[in-house]
Design a protein around this ligand. Structure first.
Ligand code: ZN
Length: 143
């Protein structure tokens, strides 16, 4: 089995059996994102405590790539600081628009870098991440 097959398996695994796919009732940030190019919708829930992502989950309706990406994202983000999360996203975004090979530091996210061969799917792979970022900017308890 070559590395592309392994990545393919990982995307199918997370696409059909997503992790952390549920509403997070005690979330203090949430946002709903939409990718009109494909029709993907994702709702991201985040519980941030002392700048650490204590918990993160999502619910969605979308293609296998967007589902796998959201699932892998929640696994990666849990327990990370906000700054670490931003760094990982920057790295991921950079790789999606470059020719560079994905470094080991990206872990399972490296599987999704393969979508850069299909530019129309890049938005599917980054939707959950953009939604996560927007969620961080939206706070509950405004008044
Ligand atoms: Zn999609």
């Amino acid at each position: 089995m070559n590395i592309d097959d392994l990545y393919q398996e990982l995307i199918i695994d997370h696409g059909t059996d997503p992790r952390n796919c549920h509403v997070l009732n005690n979330a203090n940030h949430e946002f709903e994102g939409f990718n009109p190019l494909c029709g993907d919708k994702v709702h991201v829930y985040v519980l941030v405590e002392n700048d650490i992502i204590s918990d993160v989950s999502f619910t969605n309706k979308g293609c296998a790539i967007s589902t796998a990406s959201a699932s892998i994202m929640t696994e990666i983000l849990k327990g990370k600081t906000i700054n670490a999360a931003q760094d990982i996203f920057k790295q991921f975004q950079h790789l999606l628009t470059s020719e560079e090979a994905a470094g080991a530091s990206l872990g399972k996210l490296a599987a999704l870098v393969g979508v850069r061969k299909f530019p129309s799917r890049v938005k599917c792979a980054t939707l959950a991440w953009h939604t996560f970022q927007q969620a961080l900017n939206v706070r509950e308890n405004h008044g």
